[in-house]
Design a protein around this ligand. Structure first.
Ligand SMILES: Nc1ncnc2c1ncn2[C@@H]1O[C@H](COP(=O)(O)OP(=O)(O)OP(=O)(O)O)[C@@H](O)[C@H]1O
Length: 345
């Protein structure tokens, strides 16, 4: 099962440019989380800080007792092996075939025999739908295929935490919808903690268990998806509706006169789109193990959430039994059977 990632008071600047300050959140073990935010708000910097590639000025990133922000380099190096990373363009080596690209981490970080490497690579290629393309070079395939190859490579070391940076960039809507399904299927198969950075509203509204948003050098919110998707905070509502009107401008922040004029025109009261259901794993995979853990976790949190989010969660999980608190209810319903995993994964 995936590992919990605890972020405490993280603050990062480059010289005089403050990227974000005092970011605190917990990525629950094995669940899928999405981080939204306008361009340039430091989402990629956040991912790199989680894995210890960038050092924050203050704060901690705790993974299994190791502080990725300020711990001993040897511990950070070891803990990094728990991660799978997929950056925007797949970050493949152009002169290597897809097979060699996907095999690279196994050859680099393990002493496995070539026959074992072949078995693992072909299995991961199958998971991302790339069987048959293993002999191709990255330049010979589409952008979507390159991203899936990047995902296959992120999976070869059986990661417990998977960080994915803008998996949708450059993809058409159909490929993006297929990718959303693939991300949920990967979570069902590997039960890893996943954090996805994206601007894509289709992925954001249908894939994650939890969502957060970075804006104006702070974390606006982070929590169960229903909180952000029902939030009336103007910046969140603007982002989720893709509207021009609202606090976010081309250079991140609009001036107060423009904002006041737009507010007078009523942008703040425009309704949010109805909540889309979260995707289920493809037939044959069984339910995600994280789904039942998340149900129990979120029901115990219910009393602390805003009313609109609470109502959506109750709707999603069925009405609470009369006379029982949400926390009691969380322990009552028996969990569904565990998913059947494909052999060898
Ligand atoms: N190594 C670095 N040195 C100096 N500045 C950096 C470095 N890495 C990132 N930045 C700056 O940090 C800011 C945030 O960058 P980042 O790439 O994290 O944004 P983002 O939210 O991921 O943007 P996008 O959605 O457009 O990819 C930018 O202004 C960028 O120029």
């Amino acid at each position: 099962m995936g590992i919990e990632v605890v972020v405490e008071g993280l603050t990062k600047s480059f010289g005089k440019q403050e990227i974000w300050q005092d970011v605190s959140l917990t990525l629950p073990a094995g669940e899928v989380s999405v981080m939204l935010g306008p361009s340039g708000t430091g989402k990629t910097v956040f991912l790199k800080s989680l894995i210890g590639l960038l050092k924050p000025d203050r704060g901690r990133v705790l993974i299994d007792g190791v502080d990725m922000a300020g711990g001993a380099e040897r511990d950070i190096y070891e803990t990094r092996k728990l991660f799978g990373l997929m950056f925007q363009d797949g970050a493949l080596f152009g002169s290597m075939t897809l097979f060699d690209n996907v095999a690279f981490p196994l050859r680099e970080h393990t002493r496995k025999k070539e026959s074992e490497i072949r078995r693992i690579v072909m299995e991961r290629m199958e998971v991302v739908g790339l069987l048959g393309a293993e002999g191709k070079l990255p330049g010979e395939i589409s952008g979507g295929m390159r991203k899936r190859a990047g995902l296959a490579r992120a999976l070869v070391l059986d990661p417990q935490i998977i960080l994915i940076d803008e998996p949708d960039s450059g993809l058409d809507p159909v490929r993006t919808a297929l990718l959303s399904q693939l991300l949920i299927d990967l979570n069902a198969e590997f039960d890893a903690t996943m954090l996805i950075v994206t601007h894509n509203l289709d992925i954001a509204s249908t894939v994650p268990d939890n969502m957060g948003m970075l804006y104006l050098r702070r974390l606006v919110t982070f929590g169960p998806r229903e909180v952000l998707l029902t939030s009336e905070e103007p910046v969140v509502a603007q982002f989720l509706n893709g509207r021009r009107e609202g606090p976010i401008g081309m250079t991140e922040e609009k001036d107060s006169a423009t904002l006041a004029r737009e507010a007078a025109d009523g942008f703040a009261s425009a309704p949010l789109p109805p909540l889309a259901p979260q995707l289920e794993p493809s037939p044959g995979l069984g339910p995600r193990r994280a789904a039942e853990r998340r149900r129990r976790r979120v029901l115990t949190l219910l009393d602390q959430l805003p009313p609109a989010a609470r109502a959506e969660i109750r709707k999603a999980y069925g009405a609470t039994a009369p006379g029982r608190s949400d926390a009691e209810q969380a322990t009552l319903t028996p969990p569904p059977p565990l998913p059947t995993r494909r052999s060898g994964t």
